[in-house]
Design a protein around this ligand. Structure first.
Ligand SMILES: [Zn+2]
Ligand SMILES: [Zn+2]
Length: 317
């Protein structure tokens, strides 16, 4: 099952020629879930992976750079005769925000729902869930976790056969926990394995909630609005420096850290270098980059640059 994060917009506060406002698309199998929808997000998606199969949008908070693209996108879906349902999730207040925006997007011809979440609540999908947790920002803001279900342990078919279990339905019975021909499941099925985990910080000062949520995650996407020379400013505005984000990643022992919410005042290289002094695996994706998150036994998360025809491993450049 493929799992990846597509960076549709990696700027913070204001867009630049190269970076659009915040929007991350998590793709798992055929599912497409958007986190935040800054102004211009629909065009960013149209220019890259497309809009059509998006089913859910999660908002982290109500600062303008994180949702202004939503009313226009909802309206576009309507004009394109969408009939698939769409749900917008967000912190308390999301309903009121969407009602106020109704004058912009009008009546929608497809099933549309708004769901307010409390911190600690999660939304169930087939094989995984998306959970909301509080972060530390000027406004009430969420980070989100994408957590796959625990996977059953590895089944040792060879050993099962050696112990006298015939190949066929009996293998399934063993894997489901039944004793077959005196062979107990724990003899041939390994311990349960954790699913993959992606954590999105949204806008936040460095905080323990992210540290806890991201503990041993495969991928942490953390904001890095400032560098250390603006540490005070970061604190006043409820944001993080690249170094602080890297420290959170190191404390949480994540496999990969991706920095986003990039300010116009810095280059990606500046932020990356500052972060790498603390967390060597830090990357600063460009717009349209993708991070693939394979199952742990298949390899480490990897960053790819966008190219209309092929995937270019970032390490190759
Ligand atoms: Zn922001
Ligand atoms: Zn904000």
């Amino acid at each position: 099952m493929d799992l990846s994060v597509f960076f549709a917009g990696t700027a913070g506060a204001v867009p630049t020629a190269r970076r659009g406002l915040p929007a991350l698309l998590v793709r798992r199998g055929g599912d497409r879930i958007l986190f935040d929808c800054g102004e211009g997000t629909q065009r960013q998606l149209l220019r890259s992976v497309g809009l059509s199969d998006l089913t859910d949008v999660f908002l982290t908070h109500f600062h303008l750079d994180h949702w202004l693209g939503l009313p226009g996108m909802l309206k576009s879906f309507d004009l394109r005769d969408r009939d698939a349902p769409l749900t917008v999730y967000g912190p308390p207040g999301t309903g009121e925000l969407m009602r106020a925006m109704r004058v912009v997007y009008g009546r929608l011809g497809y099933p549309f729902a708004v769901v307010e979440l409390e911190a600690g609540q999660s939304v169930r999908y087939d094989g995984y869930e998306v959970g909301a947790f509080n972060v530390r920002h000027r406004a009430h803001a969420f980070g989100y976790t994408v957590v796959e279900d625990v996977r059953p342990g590895r089944f040792d078919a060879e050993l099962a056969a050696e112990l006298g279990v015939p190949f066929g339905p009996d293998f399934g019975r063993l894997q489901r926990g039944e004793v077959v021909n005196g062979v107990r499941p724990e003899q041939v099925v390994g311990p349960a394995r954790a699913g993959r985990r992606i954590v999105l910080s949204g806008d936040t000062a460095p905080c323990d909630m992210v540290r806890v949520a991201a503990h041993e995650a495969d991928l942490l996407v953390h904001e890095a609005t400032f560098t250390e020379d603006e540490r005070d400013r970061a604190q006043q505005t409820g944001h993080s420096t690249a170094r602080q984000a890297a420290q959170v990643a190191a404390d949480a022992e994540v496999s990969m850290l991706a920095l986003t919410h990039i300010s116009t005042r810095y280059s990606g290289g500046q932020l990356r270098d500052e972060a790498r002094a603390v967390f060597p695996g830090a990357v600063v994706p460009r717009d349209f980059d993708t991070i693939d998150v394979p199952l742990p036994e298949k390899g480490e998360p990897e960053l790819y640059h966008w190219d209309a025809d092929r995937r270019v491993p970032a390490a190759a450049q």
